[in-house]
Each structure stands twice: as C-alpha cells, then as structure tokens.
Design a protein around this ligand. Structure first.
Ligand code: COA
Length: 184
C-alpha cells in the first residue's frame, strides 16, 4: 500500500492487478455510498446488517459521508467507482473503535476488504486508537479472514451466531498479503 507522506490517501494493487485509490469519503460521495448499499446482494446485506431490511439507510449514509469527531470512513475507488467502504466510530473508551465494512459483491476476494481495513487501522492508530471492536456473524468467514491479519481476535462474548470481537492494533500496520502491494 503506497501512502503519500502525511496523507490519508493511498493507492493499492489488488490481486487481479487493478490499482485502487483509498481515501476518506465525504458528502460528494453520498450518492455512490447509497448506490453501493442498494446494490448489495441479500447475502451481503445480511452479513453487514444482520437483517435483510436495514432501516435508515439515509442516516447511515450521512454518518459515513459527513465528517464528525470520532468517526472516519474510508472508500475504495476503482477508476472513480466506489467499490467498498470501511468505517469506525470511537467507543466510550476513546482507545477503542467499532468498525463496519462492505465491499461490492463483484469485487470480493481480490483484497479490497483487506486493503480498506488496514488503511483504516493505520488512520485509527495515528489518532490514538489501539483496538477495533466488531460484531461479526460466526459464518462470515471472509470477514474473519480479513480480521485475522491482525492476529487472533479476542472474543468478548459469543451469542453463538454473532461473535463480539476485540482486535488489538499493532503499533505498525504492515501489509503481508499479496493484496495491498506497495506501488510508487
Ligand atoms: C467481508 C468483506 C468486507 C471482505 O471483503 P473482501 O474484499 O472480499 O476481502 P478480501 O478480498 O480482502 O479477502 C479477505 C480474506 O479472505 C480470503 N479469501 C478470499 N477468498 C476466499 C474464499 N473464497 N474463501 C475463504 N477465504 C477467502 C483472502 O485470502 C483474505 O484473507 P487474507 O487477508 O488473510 O489474505 C466482504 O466479503 C463483504 O463486503 N461482505 C458483506 C458485508 C460484510 O460481511 N461485512 C462485515 C460485517 S461488518
């Protein structure tokens, strides 16, 4: 993952050779964020929201696109097309942040999710956040694989179908998978 000095923007090469841009999403991206969420398959919608009919998409879109203290959303852009979003919201403990992520179905399994989470973690770490917390369905193997790049998460509690995970962020976040190769 290549990151211009001091910036929150990075470029990343995916497993299929495409180069994507990772940058903070803002209000100009609101339509693209709506479209990304509206086009989710039922399967992905359920994995993201734990329901097939999430309420208040407009509220979620404002949260993702209107910069606020304690919140950060990063988008993955392929030639200007938004193909994924990951975000964090700082918890009551200011060293922890709750995360969520979604990647367009046709762009799964080529490294977008890994690149987004690692980029978000670098940004979070630079802002004093030391751990991510996430609620993940136990059958969501792709998400568990993405998070396992940070080491084995601690399970805060397990209500069988939903895992409540605590992920310690290393001081230095490196890209070890083929996805996210540094490019100049
Ligand atoms: C979970 C999600 C974000 C992952 O994004 P992605 O872009 O597909 O993830 P990646 O391509 O980075 O692959 C993730 C990992 O799965 C592995 N993987 C890829 N294809 C796989 C497959 N068919 N089976 C198992 N593992 C696979 C990859 O090797 C990678 O592991 P690594 O980082 O250790 O190399 C995406 O599947 C998604 O949007 N799902 C729906 C929403 C959701 O579940 N959100 C999470 C809850 S908040």
């Amino acid at each position: 993952m290549g990151s211009p000095a001091g910036g929150d923007t990075a470029t990343c090469r995916l497993l299929d050779g495409r180069v994507i841009l990772l940058r903070r999403v803002d209000s100009d991206d609101a339509e693209a964020v709506v479209a990304l969420h509206q086009r989710l398959s039922d399967h992905d919608r359920y994995f993201r929201f734990f329901t097939l009919h999430p309420a208040h998409l407009d509220q979620l879109v404002s949260e993702l696109t209107e910069p606020k203290e304690g919140q950060y959303s990063v988008g993955a852009f392929d030639g200007g097309r938004l193909i994924g979003v990951a975000n964090y919201t700082v918890c009551a403990d200011p060293t922890a942040a709750d995360i969520a992520i979604v990647v367009a179905h046709e762009d799964h399994a080529v490294g977008v999710g890994t690149a987004l989470i690692k980029h978000l973690a670098q940004i979070a770490r630079a802002r004093g956040i030391r751990r991510f917390v996430a609620d993940v369905l136990a059958q969501n193997h792709l998400m568990l694989a993405v998070l396992s790049d940070f080491g084995r998460p601690h399970e805060r509690s397990n209500c069988e179908s939903v895992l409540h995970l605590d992920i310690d962020l290393p001081d230095r976040i490196t890209v070890s998978s083929p996805a996210g190769q540094e490019i100049s």
